[in-house]
Design a protein around this ligand. Structure first.
Ligand code: 13P
Length: 288
């Protein structure tokens, strides 16, 4: 199967009250490990890259070709969308050209009218090529320079206005943040989520900062319209933990020479295991 737009899988999840996991990719090992996990879980999924990860992997065209080739090479049969995460206006256009099947345009840092104008333009361009679009209203907090900001709350009226543009799914802050949640995190704001869900008239919502949100909160959010959950930090932590254990046990020094394929294997296996666990927890397992 070819890579697909994310619209159909997210709409189905919205109707079926489960969430599509969207896993951030960082390199070739990540791509293999995530694909192995979703195939094992028999789950549709979104593989996404930030612009920084795209640069690290030598550009969006390299990413698109790599994901397609690995998908084919591994004989993956579950539906997969390749999505740009937190794209700029230029980045979204570049990914549409490079063969992505879904893009996020994050205009949340513009003033609202400019966010609307640019979102509208990206939606028209992407839809003319069958590519799905995610937009963002209000910011999503997170850790920058070691300081963790509070999760922001999106304005339901602004969410309604962007939903009306015909976006396929919408990211809206409900107290979620990127990265590790601080011990004093207040949890998701379900009152605000309910207001947003009512305002957007059935548009699927996206939960950023999925790593570490307790599953009962994710389930409640899914009942209130969330149909895509983004995961990055959790896979990075799993990878680091497994790699560290391998090195600390001195296994990287066993045998002759140094083999990066062996060094990266435990981390990749840990990613695959976590991916399966998350597909099961979000209800997307066996929905391919
Ligand atoms: P985490 O790194 O907190 O999982 O967030 C991922 C994300 O939302 C990417 O957009």
């Amino acid at each position: 199967m070819a890579l697909v737009s994310a619209k159909e899988m997210v709409d189905k999840a919205h109707e079926g009250h489960y969430a599509i996991p969207a896993f951030n990719l960082n390199d070739l090992e990540w791509t293999k490990a995530v694909l192995a996990g979703i195939q094992e879980a028999n789950s549709p999924a979104i593989l996404q890259v930030s612009e920084g990860a795209g640069k690290y992997m030598c550009g969006f065209k390299t990413v698109a070709d790599m994901v397609r080739n690995i998908y084919d090479y591994m004989g993956i049969t579950v539906p997969v969308a390749l999505h740009l995460d937190h794209g700029t206006y230029e980045g979204a256009k570049a990914c549409i050209e490079a063969g992505f099947t879904s893009v996020m345009f994050d205009g949340s840092h513009y003033d609202f009218d400019e966010n609307v104008a640019k979102s509208k333009e990206i939606i028209a361009l992407a839809h003319s090529k069958g590519i799905s679009v995610e937009c963002e209203v209000g910011g999503i907090g997170g850790t920058e320079d070691g300081v963790t900001s509070e999760g922001e709350l999106a304005d339901p009226k602004e969410c309604a206005a962007v939903a009306a543009l015909g976006v396929d799914f919408l990211a809206a802050g409900i107290g979620n943040i990127h990265g590790v949640y601080p011990a004093n995190w207040k949890g998701l704001n379900f009152d605000r989520l309910k207001e947003i869900d009512e305002a957007v008239n059935g548009k699927p919502l996206v939960l950023h900062g999925g790593s570490g949100i307790p599953f009962d909160q994710v389930h409640k959010a899914v009942e209130l319209g969330v149909s895509k959950v983004n995961i990055n930090t959790e896979l990075q932590l799993e990878f680091a933990k497994a790699t560290r254990a391998y090195i600390e046990a001195g296994k990287d020094r066993e045998g002759k020479g140094y083999d990066p394929r062996k060094l990266l294997k435990p981390g990749a296996e840990a990613i695959t295991k976590k991916v399966v666990e998350l597909c099961e927890a979000y209800g997307s397992a066996n929905k391919a």
